[in-house]
Design a binder for this molecule. Structure first.
Ligand code: SAH
Length: 473
């Protein structure tokens, strides 16, 4: 079957192409390198065969002949193969060589370009590789091979030089270019882990860069040319409000990812450490048309509700209340625009908001372990209330890696009391990072466990959490 030679971009998962995501989702077999973005394979089918062909434990790279052999072996089989590489497959990625091997073996292939590190790492550092006034060309050069490079020609090249694989070769690059006639004052930028959390940039000159960039480790791009001087003016990454801060999110995976994505959008590095997950409960949902008010108290509750609902018309004429904006969003995703959404996203807020409504039979759709504040308050109004427990939240073990990463974070976010409990039970540490709680109920559980929240969100929503982080500077 067809082999797709696919570039996965430089590291930021948001820089993967739509086409690469589609192919990863469809592939039967994925042969992947070490330098692919974190989570790049998350969208792969659960029955896909994932074959690692990168460096073995930081040691030597799997020999190219072995990779070629695997490409032919899988490519002649009946399954769709994605060969996933960092950056662009044809820029120092041996994509050309692998395409030749496939052609010689009569195996059909397609090439999916990716965003190469030599452009994107500088872009994230605020350095344009070309510029009308400063560089009318750009050359991509391997820092790896010495013998085959014409250093004098490179030194004379009228534009930006971008070196890949050049960390060890930095002293040679600097001295040969100066020997070839480039000014020793020429600006140089070295960018480590470009587009990834922890990207590091050093701007220096040809004469000083070896000393200034001594702390830089691979993977890094070395860029030589006047455009490196523009970083001072154009740098943007470091100006985002949460840049340089690591935030650990402890909610269940599905919701954690959405929150983590928003945090990354503000420049934070994120760690996902969910010690909790939701699990559907078996139940027969009573006919919804028997009620005049339906209260949904969490986004997960909204999602599970619709797994039970056979016919949307059952909701016709039923007033629908959501506990907060997140739940309202989840309901809208299922085609139901709630009638009531309180300003304060807690049970007490919903009770207040419902005060002006008339109803006689209420169904509360929620987690089994939910608080009884809402049903009790409604019953106190003399209303008939039933509770449908759609799911439960259960503990999930934390990996050692997640536990350590959370402990090293600057902030630890809790969005429910149960996530605090499960996090602590899973061995998560409540000391070290600043503890950020979504609201009073969550803060109470923290105190119960001998920890004190450093920040409490207001409003008690993910927006409130983010606002609390932004205000803490
Ligand atoms: N095909 C890839 C390059 C592979 S060669 C591409 O198009 O980007 C590996 C080299 O790429 C590394 O030694 C380093 O110089 C560079 N590189 C890859 N990812 C990088 C990153 N995130 N930041 C800086 N340099 C990176």
């Amino acid at each position: 079957m067809t082999v797709f030679l696919v570039g996965a971009g430089p590291g930021d998962p948001g820089l993967m192409t739509v086409r690469s995501r589609e192919l990863i989702a469809e592939a039967d077999v994925i042969l992947y390198d070490r330098l692919i973005p974190p989570g790049a394979l998350d969208g792969a089918r659960s029955d896909a065969e994932l074959v690692y062909v990168g460096k073995i434990g930081g040691g030597p790279q799997m020999p190219q002949e072995e990779i070629d052999r695997l490409l032919i072996q899988y490519g002649t089989g009946p399954r769709t193969v994605v060969r996933l590489k960092g950056g662009d497959p044809f820029v120092f990625g041996r994509g050309g060589e692998e395409a030749q091997v496939l052609r010689a073996a009569g195996i059909p292939f397609e090439i999916v370009p990716g965003i190469t590190a030599g452009i994107s790492a500088p872009a994230y550092a605020g350095i344009p590789v070309t510029h009308r006034e400063h560089a009318s060309g750009v050359a991509f050069v391997t820092g790896h091979e010495d013998g085959t490079l014409d250093w004098e020609a490179l030194a004379r090249f009228p534009g930006t030089l971008v070196f890949y694989m050049g960390v060890k070769a930095l002293p040679r690059i600097a001295s040969r270019l100066v020997a070839g006639g480039r000014s020793s004052d020429e600006p140089v930028a070295v960018i480590e882990r470009g587009t990834l959390p922890g990207q590091k940039t050093v701007v220096s000159s040809l004469s000083r860069v070896v000393e200034d960039a001594a702390g830089i480790r691979a993977p890094a791009i070395t860029l030589v040319g006047p455009v490196a001087g523009l970083r001072e003016e154009i740098a943007w990454l470091e100006q985002r409000p949460l840049f340089g801060r690591t935030v650990a999110v402890t909610r269940a995976r599905a919701q954690a990812s959405a929150l983590a994505e928003r945090l990354r959008g503000l420049g934070a590095a994120t760690v996902e450490a969910p010690a909790i997950r939701t699990q559907p409960l078996e139940l027969t949902l009573p006919p919804l048309r028997d009620y005049d008010l339906l209260c949904v108290t969490s986004p997960a509750g909204a999602d599970y509700l619709f797994t039970h609902l056979r016919d949307a018309r059952e909701l016709a004429g039923v007033t629908v209340a959501a506990i907060g904006p997140g739940t309202a969003r989840a309901l809208r995703a299922h085609g139901v625009d709630p009638d009531v959404v309180p300003e304060r996203a807690v049970a007490e807020g919903l009770i207040e908001a419902l005060a002006e409504f008339e109803f006689s039979r209420v169904l509360v759709a929620r987690a089994r372990e939910g608080r009884d504040v809402l049903p009790d308050a409604l019953r106190a109004r003399g209303v008939h209330v039933e509770v449908a427990a759609l799911y439960e939240t259960v503990a999930q073990p934390l990996s050692d890696e997640a536990r350590e990463a959370a402990a090293a974070a600057d902030y630890l976010l809790f969005t429910s009391g149960s996530s605090v409990r499960f996090f602590a039970e899973a061995g998560g540490s409540l000391s070290g990072p600043k503890l950020v709680s979504i609201g009073p109920a969550t803060s109470d559980v923290l105190r119960e466990l001998g920890a004190a929240p450093d920040l409490e969100a207001d409003p008690h929503t993910p927006d409130g959490l983010i606002a609390a982080l932004l205000a803490d500077r």
